[in-house]
Design a protein around this ligand. Structure first.
Ligand SMILES: CC(C)(COP(=O)(O)OP(=O)(O)OC[C@H]1O[C@@H](n2cnc3c(N)ncnc32)[C@H](O)[C@@H]1OP(=O)(O)O)[C@@H](O)C(=O)NCCC(=O)NCCS
Length: 192
């Protein structure tokens, strides 16, 4: 499997984001199965989480979807501790109302790490993949995720009901277009 089919590592001021790989299974299995992580995630997540859930997700879902060119997944690590996985950010092109997802270890919340990581992934969506629009569904009750949409300049474009690990919940669909993204991130003029 040539590496060039996988997304490149991304980097931000405080974070490094290598593409997700099978070696991440152990860390994901340790951090992911917590109610604060899964309760507002889509009900495709098996719950209770099986003991081999992370390996099965990587081998049967995430990595095959990256190979098909339908999804792009990165682990999130701080520059200070690059060996420690603290979350995941994902882009998906196989559901028009659900193009981006993320979760963060509860021990690393409240510092803006996901705001930073989701900006880097969104830049990849528009600037590298050249997509016209990014949409993300969120349970109305998931205010932490909603705040990331607001900070990222997204607009609320619809409401519906969706199934989550915690049951069916009222949901908002948030959106940003490529034009809106570019207007928020103007290219600096090249000196000289
Ligand atoms: C959604 C989730 C990633 C948000 O985590 P988070 O830590 O609140 O998000 P960020 O890392 O962007 O941090 C933002 C918080 O840090 C604060 N912050 C501190 N420094 C900051 C900085 N430099 N930049 C931005 N925010 C900063 C913000 O004020 C905000 O805190 P507040 O909500 O109390 O105002 C987290 O709640 C999670 O993993 N939830 C479970 C999975 C989930 O629901 N995913 C989304 C499905 S739609």
């Amino acid at each position: 499997m040539p590496d060039d089919l996988f997304p490149p590592a991304l980097a931000t001021d405080r974070l490094v984001l290598p593409p997700l790989c099978t070696q991440d299974a152990e860390a994901i299995q340790r951090i992911f199965p917590q109610w604060e992580v899964v309760r507002f995630l889509a009900d495709q997540v098996p719950w209770p989480y099986p003991p081999d859930g992370a390996r099965a997700y990587l081998e049967q879902v995430a990595i095959p979807a990256m190979r098909r060119g339908a999804q792009w997944h990165w682990s999130i690590r701080t520059r200070a501790e690059p060996d420690i996985l603290i979350g995941i950010v994902s882009l998906m092109d196989d559901d028009p109302a659900n193009n981006r997802g993320f979760w963060l270890d509860p021990a690393h919340r409240g510092r803006g790490y996901m705001t930073e990581a989701s900006e880097a992934a969104t830049a990849y969506w528009f600037e590298v993949l050249g997509k016209p629009v990014l949409r993300a569904p969120k349970a109305v009750a998931n205010t932490a995720s909603r705040n990331i949409s607001v900070r990222g300049g997204m607009r609320l474009v619809g409401t519906e009901e969706r199934g989550y690990v915690s049951g069916r919940l009222p949901t908002e669909i948030w959106e940003i277009t490529r034009e809106e993204w570019i207007a928020r991130h103007p290219r600096k003029p090249v000196a000289g």
